[in-house]
Design a protein around this ligand. Structure first.
Ligand code: BGC
Length: 753
């Protein structure tokens, strides 16, 4: 495809028309120029390729549902996500899809967001790393991925109009950070802008977001498309860098573009930029096409089950109730054992060809008894089902209850109002735990729930929405074929009101204030010392791991160097298993508010029973930096940073310290209203004040020989502005003019650095 010669031939009308879809899933055809359409499709954890739009817009081909991001994130495994992406990429090739719409890497600000199941984490580093790995896998197959929803789309309530009112620091450190990592590390072919507004401006026409940050700062070279129906002002969107409107606007917005060009309000160059990117995407897809590719649905389904088994999180295992002993009588209870809830509702919904239920898969191990226990989609208890289940549990040595959230409780399109499970399921768990002390709960849910049963049962297995291989994966974990090796990618608070967004979710009217700032997820719970039900990064194994020999490559670091961190991990238990090793960085003392610690590295390592391995992390300067709005850049404050290595955010095993000096200082400017404390903070300022007060009692009149009194005197005067020293001091030298000349000199010295 010769893009430049096509661009020379296209009329303004044709250019405008290429900048929106032909229908729900295709780009436009321009026959006279031999421009063929390409097809895009949801995503993200399998194909939802629509076959016959005219007859039934929701009819999708039979496909494979891999674990949703809420589950796959718990693997903390870049390689696994890449494998998942690769399989999906192959499926896209076979189905002639150019771009798959996903993954989504929005941050889980509140556990209530209806789409949390499609997102990876509350932590931007983890979300960015895993989304990037997923995309590398997809794109290795010659098809494109589409990172979404850019940006600050953290709720479903009023998702088309709500304005996320959020500080630049929180945007940069929390909400944009995963996108930044994805763009830089995996170069996605496309980005999907979000529905919402950010600080008042629709993402679909936000030039700061779509061009200044995305392209100019991060170097994105692909295409930006709108979320489906996200366009407000199409002409403004072209200007901002929104290349493709999806789906079709039935030509209405294309006409507005043409009229704006004719009126001279939109330049041809601006339109050309977007059109060219659409053509580049089409060309890329054509070049990447592998027409002979075929996919084996059965094999991919088996892969989905294997991936699922690496994602499941063991939350509780009292008295080693798990793995299940095959010689015992085991009861499976709960409808989800037979009909697992393995995916969420909305645009990511897959028409699965194969579905494994735990009940079916249990026959690979033992014969279990089964009772349905409850009906889904309702809180109401069916008394007959309940008593049948209780009888089953009484007759068994171990009762395994399959519970969680039904479809009606969480989905794309709406947010939850609370974190509770259905009443009927809670009652079932209570009554069964009362008659069987070996009760295990297996959970299928897309986001955290309250667990009033936490102390009443012996085992809890968090399976999330683990794809259509869920049943097999769960059985492999329950019966010990697979040693559980997932850890939570989000905090489970004890109750909703503990969550940092509680007072401001989902906002009021068309605004939602992100007033918790950077304190999202564990960053908040730790800063407030709120004990969660289960902390970020937590998960048990059937074996145990010990950490030793933490070694840092440097004790002092400048910005150009990378810090290598080595640690030895030993499997000290009886089972082979995988451990996720987490690395956090903590700024010991900071002049701005910072979280207690932040995840900056993770590695998953397989260890045979008794085996030890060295795990290595590499940290670049960003690992120590925070976003400083005053310089519109990342900044590392000079000082000591703790390197914390552990098994979860709440289980730090080893610690060492590195001193980091970027050699940079924030620009400062003092005036007569600057207080003595701030001036004293800098060595030059402290010197100036010492000179100034050397022969006066202006700082409090104490005898400076007494070190203690000197400190007290400094503390008492720290809040004094320089101008007040003029008024309070009897020293005749201390006029406003004199002080001004001193402070000018100081500013000059600082500016010269
Ligand atoms: C969703 C997107 C999805 C698109 C196409 C929108 O409603 O927000 O995630 O890709 O529909 O189905």
């Amino acid at each position: 495809m010769n893009i430049e010669s096509i661009m020379n031939e296209l009329t303004i009308e044709e250019k405008a028309s290429l900048c929106s879809g032909a229908d729900f899933w295709h780009t436009k055809t321009i026959e006279r120029m031999d421009i063929d359409p390409i097809m895009v499709s949801d995503g993200p954890h399998g194909l939802r390729k629509n076959v016959d739009l005219a007859d039934n817009p929701n009819q999708a081909i039979e496909a494979v549902c891999f674990p949703a991001a809420c589950a796959s994130a718990c693997s903390f495994d870049r390689g696994l996500l890449e494998e998942l992406g690769k399989a999906i990429g192959k499926e896209c090739q076979t189905e002639k899809l150019a771009v798959i719409l996903g993954p989504g890497c929005n941050i889980k600000r509140s556990p209530l967001c209806g789409r949390n199941f499609e997102y990876f984490s509350e932590d931007p580093y983890l979300a960015g790393q895993l989304a990037a790995a997923h995309i590398k896998g997809v794109q290795s197959q010659g098809v494109g991925a589409c990172i979404k929803h850019f940006a600050a789309n953290n709720q479903e309530t009023r998702r088309f109009s709500v304005s996320a009112e959020v500080s630049e620091r929180a945007l940069r450190e929390i909400y944009l950070a995963p996108f930044e990592a994805v763009i830089k590390e995996s170069k996605p072919w496309t980005v999907m802008c979000s529905y919402n507004r950010i600080n008042g401006v629709h993402s679909s026409q936000n030039k700061w977001l779509l061009t200044d940050v995305l392209r100019d700062e991060w170097g994105f070279e692909g295409l930006v498309m709108s979320d489906w129906g996200a366009v407000d002002d199409r002409v403004e969107g072209i200007r901002a860098g929104l290349d493709l409107e999806m789906p079709s606007s039935m030509g209405k917005n294309d006409r507005l573009i043409v009229e704006a060009v004719e009126r001279g309000e939109l330049s041809v160059d601006e339109l050309d930029r977007c059109t060219r990117r659409v053509l580049e995407l089409i060309a890329r897809a054509q070049e990447g096409a592998r027409p002979d590719m075929v996919w084996d649905k059965k094999k991919d389904h088996e892969l989905a089950a294997r991936i699922a088994s690496e994602c499941i999180v063991l939350l509780k295992n009292e008295g080693d109730v798990l793995p299940l002993d095959k010689n015992k009588k085991i009861a499976f209870i709960g409808l989800f054992a037979k009909e697992p809830r393995y995916q969420g509702g909305g645009s990511s919904h897959i028409n699965s060809k194969y579905i494994d239920s735990a009940l079916d898969c249990s026959s690979d191990y033992v014969k279990v008894t089964y009772a349905q226990g409850y009906v889904t989609d309702s809180d109401r208890t069916d008394e007959a089902l309940l008593s049948e289940a209780v009888e089953n549990a009484k007759a068994a040595d171990v009762a395994v209850i399959f519970a969680g959230l039904p479809d009606a409780f969480e989905s794309e399109g709406f947010d939850r109002r609370h974190m509770k499970m259905p009443e009927c399921q809670l009652r079932l768990i209570d009554e069964i735990a009362a008659v069987n002390k070996n009760t295990v709960v297996v959970l299928h849910n897309g986001a955290p729930i309250e667990m009033p049963f936490n102390d009443k049962v012996s085992g809890i297995v968090e399976a999330y929405l683990c794809g259509d291989g869920t049943g097999k994966a769960v059985c492999d974990v329950l019966f010990g074929k697979q040693n559980p090796c997932g850890k939570l990618a989000e905090t489970f608070p004890k109750k909703l009101s503990d969550n940092p967004s509680y007072l401001n979710f989902p906002g009021f009217g068309d605004k939602v204030s992100y007033s918790e700032g950077i304190f999202v997820g564990y960053r908040y719970y730790e800063a407030k010392d709120i004990e969660p039900l289960y902390p970020f990064g937590y998960g048990l194994s059937y074996t145990t791991f010990e950490y030793s020999d933490l070694r840092l490559s440097h004790s002092e670091l400048d910005e150009s160097k990378t810090l290598s961190v080595e640690v030895t991990v030993t499997n000290t238990g009886k089972y082979d298993g995988k451990e996720i090793v987490e690395l956090y960085v903590s700024d010991r003392e900071s002049s701005v508010a910072r979280p207690v610690k932040e995840l900056k590295g993770f590695e998953k390592v397989f260890l045979k029973a008794g085996e030890s391995k060295k795990v290595v992390f590499r940290l670049d300067s960003r690992a120590f930096a925070y976003y400083e709005p005053a310089i519109e850049d990342w900044f590392i404050e000079y000082g000591a940073y703790d390197i914390l290595v552990g098994a979860s955010s709440a289980d730090i095993r080893l610690k060492d310290t590195v001193y980091v000096n970027s050699g940079k200082r924030l620009p400062v400017h003092f005036d007569l209203n600057s207080n003595l404390g701030d001036i004293r903070q800098l060595p030059e300022g402290a010197r100036m004040l010492a000179d100034l007060f050397s022969s006066t009692d202006a700082t409090g009149g104490h005898d400076d020989d007494d070190e203690n009194m000197k400190r007290v005197s400094e503390m008492m005067t720290n809040e004094l502005p320089l101008r007040a020293v003029v008024s309070f001091s009897a020293d005749p030298r201390f006029t406003r003019e004199y002080m001004k000349s001193m402070i000018d000199k100081l500013n000059e010295t600082l500016g010269e650095e």
